[in-house]
Unconditional design. Structure first.
Length: 187
């Protein structure tokens, strides 16, 4: 029998969501799929909230943050690009990845909304790698990433699910560019 780990539980829960097309997967369904008892899940997660936060966080990392990295690494290199332009391009890749993730996997987007985007502490933790990237890119050397977090907050209309209906408006990119023009002098 394969050793049960947090990673295995998260992968199994994600697979069940994909297989069933629903996000209301019970802990019993996950345990049955793994061949363990419901109570054994609590050896790896303190509660149901923690498990679903881990599932949503893993999805966010792979479907959004990793997608941003892949998008930017696959583009044609532009020599002598300044940090502000790199930040602009990273933010654009980030907001378009979030928009694409909503379209591509509505169930996981919904789960992410419920357990991450509607939970400020979980959201802050999930966004930590993004803040670290911005901090490094801009050479802020800010131990708590306040400036990076502020930059991401400025673009929340392009990333928070409450605004997802506006992501299809024809002025989506012009609105992004207007926000960029507003904050660019301060980055």
């Amino acid at each position: 029998m394969e050793k049960i780990s947090q990673e295995k539980i998260v992968c199994t829960a994600s697979e069940l969501i994909t297989k069933t097309g629903r996000t209301n997967i019970s802990l019993n369904m996950i345990a049955d799929e793994l061949g363990i008892t419901h109570g054994a899940l609590y050896k790896h997660f303190n509660n149901k909230q923690e498990l679903w936060e881990a599932v949503a966080s893993q999805w966010f990392q792979t479907q959004i943050l990793d997608h941003v990295t892949q998008t930017l690494s696959s583009r044609t290199p532009r020599p002598n690009t300044d940090a502000a332009t790199e930040l602009h391009d990273w933010l654009w890749a980030f907001v378009t990845a979030k928009k694409a993730a909503n379209k591509a996997d509505t169930q996981m987007f919904s789960l992410n909304t419920r357990y991450i985007d509607n939970n400020p502490l979980a959201l802050r933790q999930v966004l930590q790698p993004a803040c670290q990237h911005i901090d490094q890119l801009m050479a802020y050397h800010d131990p708590h990433f306040e400036r990076a977090e502020t930059i991401l907050s400025a673009f929340s209309i392009f990333t928070l699910p409450n605004f997802k209906d506006t992501w299809e408006w024809p002025d989506y990119q012009p609105r992004f560019e207007a926000m960029w023009a507003l904050i660019a002098p301060g980055v």
